[in-house]
Design a protein around this ligand. Structure first.
Ligand code: FMN
Length: 169
């Protein structure tokens, strides 16, 4: 049976939530990562993802400038990096260098892959959709990569800054 609740209390029941990091090159040529819980697959053919970016984020202008991004699915070994990229802004900082996040060049776009992620997807932005205090960017996947170690697992957030590794599937 359902009972009325405050929006934030009802939302708190949806966890766990899978976490990604999107990386887009900003106007100064820096590859800027942002941790994201709000993303989704939107199409298999062609493969596409949507990501939702807050109006206050440095990543918003980076995504508009670059028109492309990498979407990396965070692994359980990346909790500290994910928290850093999810709490610090790249407006005045090179976040990847500061955190020492391991990267490797993307193959089809001007961006970087996160080496320790479960998987990385290179995406070209196809459309943008304002939605309240966020903007949704829809990207078409132009290259996909997986961690060569099949035992690497995805990181999920349980909400309230609690993070836990959950075996996918
Ligand atoms: C687990 C987690 C999930 C987050 N999900 C989102 C999200 O979906 N969209 C968003 O705009 N910010 C999200 N954030 C907040 C941004 O990652 C954070 O504001 C970041 O510092 C912005 O960096 P930037 O200014 O370099 O773009 C999330 C943070 C965490 C820790």
């Amino acid at each position: 049976m359902q009972v009325p609740a405050e929006y934030k209390d009802a939302l708190a029941r949806k966890y766990p939530e899978s976490i990604t990091i999107a990386i887009a090159k900003d106007a100064r040529g820096k590859h800027n990562p942002i941790s994201l819980g709000w993303f989704m697959n939107t199409s298999h053919e062609p493969p596409m993802f949507a990501i939702s970016i807050g109006l206050t984020r440095h990543s918003l202008s980076a995504l508009c400038e670059a028109g492309e991004f990498v979407l990396a699915f965070v692994s359980t070994t990346m909790t500290e990096d994910m928290l850093f990229h999810g709490t610090q802004s790249g407006r005045d900082m090179d976040k990847l260098a500061e955190a020492g996040t391991k990267t490797q060049p993307a193959t089809m776009i001007d961006s970087v892959l996160l080496s320790d992620a479960v998987a990385n997807f290179e995406c070209k932005v196809e459309s943008e959709h304002p939605t309240g205090d966020h903007v949704i960017f829809v990207g078409r996947v132009v290259a996909s990569h997986t961690n060569k170690d099949p035992s690497v697992r995805g990181l999920y957030t349980l909400g309230n800054e609690s993070f836990d590794g959950v075996v996918p599937g």
